[in-house]
Design a protein around this ligand. Structure first.
Ligand code: SGN
Ligand code: CA
Length: 515
């Protein structure tokens, strides 16, 4: 090679190197996570319930970007899912396996810490629920434990302060306030964590009557008999049997009355309300409760269906405020010139039952609670109307956000960046199966510990206490009513799924006493 050509090549190399160093500004990340928001209650997912109670603002994110149809959590409960989002690790690794776990070990490597080290301003506002002080955040203001719907207390540093108003609106205001006063020279990573729509589903006053006239479609397995599914039979999260009449169903007849059966804390949430708020609550619910007290007490089906409608109407009215909040944040980003360079994410800590199998709550590896809604936009990187059907999980969130920020992903993170999927690239070696492990038993709702594996068609679950296996063909039986483990003739399928589960347990280094 003659010297002139060599010199030219050298200059070209320098040019390429230098240009590649002028990386585009790392995007801001606004991560909106709600608590217990079922994807059946997001209209972009197309479920009939949400068509009657649409979420136009959350849907906008899906229109502008990507909707994940097969995104799942690794352990369907609040604290553990949040710990996984922060660490990119399954529960057994970050050691926050149950809500009742000792505080989250904040000395671990976490997403906010890595982003902060790289120059991001970091903040978390709203629900935390990790029994610890947030670490890695420049700013935090969090609810105590589950938080309250009306006039909640927040903790900020050493201070606890009571804030007046409805929790979803307060969190929105606090989020906007922080954004307005942030250092505008640096990118931000902001975790906006709503309490809503967590139990006990108290709507904002303006929405008390929002869905009074709507009859929501009842899931076809609402009266599931749990045949072939032992743990499903054992649970205590049945709408018509386990919901509290005061606390959940808001059925107390008069203020102050607490004579309702089976209700350990009929009025606790009302204690937070001001006299005026209480008056308006009672006016709305007293009037709405008359149809319940008109029912024949022997009409168990009528009562079960009434409770379903009450639950759905309250839950979806609470979701409406969440959707309003998302709309406000979209507007804020636009008005402040931030939409173009902000990854806007909407998700929930896990899925939730809206009457499927007769249930509320989560915990089980069955689809409705195993799924997590996931929708995100980042113009210029994520095309519009993208649908991602590959299997993704909450262990992938931290690796993906680091990747989007142009940072390297630590080895200890167990997930994988799905940025290439967002960019519309073909990824031939993407995973074909997911691992799940639920631990909190005994615990609220009596869901037995279990672990399992899901691929694109099948799900295999093991309940160690009973030595009980369940196998579902999700194509034939999407509602998971028919456990075919005992009578399948396809022995090879079972063997393959078991060996794939072991492979995942090895990959994720699941300790032997958890297998
Ligand atoms: C509370 C709820 C339960 C719920 C857990 C965990 N009861 O205990 O129904 O399963 O939280 O929820 S409540 O009547 O006090 O609301 S989680 O989302 O934090 O995991
Ligand atoms: Ca939750």
């Amino acid at each position: 090679m003659n010297t002139r050509i060599a010199l030219c090549l050298f200059h070209l190399m320098v040019l390429i190197c230098c240009t590649s160093e002028i990386v585009p500004e790392p995007p801001n990340i606004l991560f909106i996570m709600t608590d217990d928001h079922a994807l059946q209650a997001i209209s972009a997912y197309g479920h009939p319930i949400a068509q009657l109670a649409p979420t136009p603002n959350i849907d906008k994110i899906a229109k502008n970007g990507a909707l994940f149809t097969a995104n799942f959590c690794g352990n369907s409960i609040c604290g553990p899912s949040r710990a996984t989002v922060l660490t990119g690790q399954h529960s057994h690794k970050n050691e926050f396996m149950r809500n009742s776990s000792q505080g989250f070990d904040g000395s671990q490597v976490t997403l906010p810490k890595l982003l902060r080290d790289a120059g991001y301003q970091t903040a978390v506002i709203g629900k935390w629920h990790l029994v610890s002080t947030p670490k890695g955040f420049d700013h935090w203001e969090i609810l105590i434990d589950q938080g309250e719907y009306y006039n909640p207390d927040f903790v900020k540093g050493a201070d606890t302060m009571n804030r007046k108003g409805y929790v979803t609106e307060i969190i929105t205001e606090l989020t906007k306030e922080w954004l307005s006063q942030r250092d505008k020279e640096a990118p931000f990573f902001l975790m906006m964590h709503h309490k809503a729509p967590h139990r006990n589903w108290v709507p904002a006053e303006k929405y008390y009557h929002l869905f009074d006239q709507i009859e929501f479609p009842v899931p076809e397995n609402y009266f599931d008999d749990y045949e072939g599914r032992k743990a499903a039979e054992h649970q205590k999260m049945n709408i018509y049997r386990d919901m509290y009449e005061g606390h959940d169903l808001k059925l107390s007849v008069e203020p102050g009355e607490d004579s309702l059966r089976f209700d350990p804390w009929p009025h606790v949430f009302l204690d937070r309300m001001t006299d005026e708020e209480l008056k308006s609550f009672w006016e709305a619910y007293h009037q709405k409760n008359t149809t319940y007290f008109d029912l024949d007490p022997a009409d168990s089906v009528g009562i079960a269906l009434w409770k379903y409608q009450r639950y759905l109407r309250d839950y979806l009215a609470v979701v409406r405020s969440v959707d309003d909040s998302v709309g406000e944040m979209i507007d804020y980003l636009e008005e402040n010139g931030l939409s173009e360079n902000t990854l806007l994410v909407y998700t929930s800590d896990q899925g939730f039952y809206l009457g499927e199998h007769g249930w509320f709550d989560k915990r089980f590896m069955y689809e409705e609670s195993f799924s997590m809604p996931l929708i995100m936009q980042l113009p210029g990187v994520i095309g519009e109307h993208l649908q991602i059907d590959l299997l993704t999980q909450n262990i992938d969130f931290a690796p993906t956000f680091l990747d989007i920020a142009g940072l390297s992903i630590p080895e200890i993170m167990q997930g994988r960046s799905f940025l290439p999927l967002l960019e519309g690239k073909q990824v031939d070696d993407w995973r074909n199966s997911l691992y799940y492990h639920y631990y909190e038993y005994p615990g609220f709702h009596s869901v037995k510990a279990h672990h399992g594996i899901r691929d694109h068609q099948h799900k295999l679950i093991y309940f160690p206490e009973d030595g009980h296996w369940e196998l579902f063909d999700l194509h034939q039986d999407p509602m998971e009513m028919n456990n075919i483990y005992e009578h399948t003739k396809d022995e090879e399928l079972v063997l393959n799924l078991k060996s794939e589960m072991r492979r995942l347990q090895d990959q994720y280094e699941v300790p032997s006493d958890h297998r």
